[in-house]
Write a new protein. Structure first.
Length: 167
C-alpha cells in the first residue's frame, strides 16, 4: 500500500501559533537578546514579572497600574457574581417576576448581601472605566507594537466584552 505524503504538521503555521518555542513540542530559543525578549513576552509569568525592566517602565505614571486594577476587578466581579448567583433568579415574566423580590431579599435577609451587591455594582463600573483607560494608555504609548503584540491581542479579546456585563 502506498503511503500518501502529508505536509509536515509541525512546520505549519497553526502548529507554530499553538505551540510556542521552548515548549516540549518545539525547539527552544537561541541565546540572543531578541529571542530572550520573545520568550519573555510569550510567557505570562515572565510578562508580569520580567527579569529586566527599562527605567521608564518602573514609573507609576507610565502604567498607572491599570492592567493590575482591571485584573483585580475581574476577580472581584467573578467572586461576587458567583455569590450573588445563588440568591438571584432573573425572571421577568408577567405574573412570575421574582427578580425584584430576589434583589430585595439579598439586600435585607442575606448576610452581607447588600455589601456584596454594592461591591459587584461598583466593581463593574470601575472595571469598565479602568479597562477603557488601560486600553487608551496602551494605544497612546504604543505598547501594543511588536514584540508584545500577542499579549495585548489576548487582553483585548479578553476585556472587550467587559462593557456588556454591567449590572
Amino acid at each position: 500500500m502506498a503511503k500518501i505524503k502529508l505536509p509536515d504538521l509541525r512546520e505549519s503555521e497553526v502548529w507554530k501559533s499553538m505551540f510556542r518555542p521552548g515548549s516540549i513540542y518545539r525547539k527552544g530559543y537561541k541565546d540572543t537578546s531578541r529571542d530572550r525578549a520573545l520568550a519573555t513576552m510569550n510567557n505570562v509569568l515572565w510578562h508580569l514579572h520580567p527579569t529586566k525592566v527599562k527605567r521608564h517602565g518602573l514609573k507609576l505614571t507610565y502604567t498607572f497600574c491599570l492592567g493590575g486594577i482591571s485584573f483585580f476587578l475581574f476577580v472581584l466581579l467573578t467572586l461576587t457574581g458567583i455569590f450573588l448567583m445563588f440568591f438571584y433568579r432573573p425572571m421577568a415574566d408577567i405574573g412570575g417576576a421574582v427578580a425584584y423580590q430576589d434583589m430585595q431579599s439579598i439586600r435585607t435577609s442575606v448576610f452581607f448581601g447588600d455589601l456584596v451587591r454594592n461591591l459587584h455594582r461598583w466593581g463593574a463600573h470601575l472595571m469598565v472605566l479602568s479597562v477603557t483607560l488601560h486600553m487608551a494608555r496602551v494605544f497612546y504609548t504604543g505598547a501594543y507594537k511588536p514584540p508584545p503584540i500577542h499579549t495585548h491581542c489576548g487582553a483585548t479579546s479578553k476585556y472587550s466584552p467587559a462593557p456588556c456585563f454591567r449590572s
